[in-house]
Ligand binder design. Structure first.
Ligand code: HEC
Length: 178
């Protein structure tokens, strides 16, 4: 029993040490997209697309209990993910060996292509990320104010911010792979 507890304590110390070491690891755009930004954006769009009036405008009276809080939380996640990219000292497209979406489609880009793009213009990708973070911050505020019209407009603008960065760093020279 005692030995087991000691082992557990040792494991906890190791986990702590690796957490401390984490900030020096390069940020991967892939993990940030797949793990944070994309799932949060899906929540934003699900909420803002569902809560519309007959003409398709954002309608506060359609919002269900919890929608505003979920919209706020998802916007915060997007802002956090965007800030991770904007502030990363080093940006890596993906961890070694990781597959990125659609890379096996004919003519699609892979992580090495994305990495070359990042390395040739590291400033713009951070600017795109700051733009996304600013939109997400506005969306947080719209959720606080329960401003459905602005939330819907911002959710549309969010799509443009994703696309602008993807066109430069991911799907360049080709139509987005559907
Ligand atoms: C700052 C630039 C930038 C912004 C802004 C951005 N992305 Fe990305 N995204 C990338 C890059 C570069 C890749 C290619 C690497 C990859 O495939 O993971 C990517 C890949 C992805 C992928 C594919 C992940 C995978 O499995 O390979 C998804 C999904 C995605 N982004 C969703 C979004 C959404 C949704 C938004 C907007 C809310 C967004 N992205 C905004 C740069 C950006």
């Amino acid at each position: 029993m005692k030995a087991a507890r000691l082992l557990l304590a040792a494991a906890t110390v190791c986990a702590g040490a690796s957490l401390l070491a984490a900030p020096t690891a390069p940020v991967t755009v892939h993990d940030t997209m797949a793990g944070i930004v994309d799932p949060a954006a899906d929540v934003v769009w699900e909420i803002t697309n569902r809560n519309v009036d007959d003409l398709g405008y954002g309608a506060a009276d359609k919002y269900a209990a919890g929608d505003w809080a979920r919209l706020y939380a998802a916007s915060s996640d997007i802002r956090r993910g965007a800030a991770i990219i904007a502030n990363a000292p080093r940006l890596r497209a993906a961890a070694p060996g990781a597959k990125i979406a659609d890379q096996d489609q004919p003519g699609a880009t892979n992580a090495a292509d994305v990495q070359r793009r990042i390395d040739s213009d590291p400033k713009s990708i951070r600017a795109h990320a700051r733009n996304l973070a600013a939109l997400a911050a506005d969306l947080e505020q719209a959720a606080v104010r329960r401003d459905a019209k602005t939330a819907q407009d911002l959710a549309g603008a969010l799509d443009g911010a994703c696309e602008a960065c993807h066109l430069q760093y991911w799907y360049y020279n080709q139509e987005p792979v559907k």
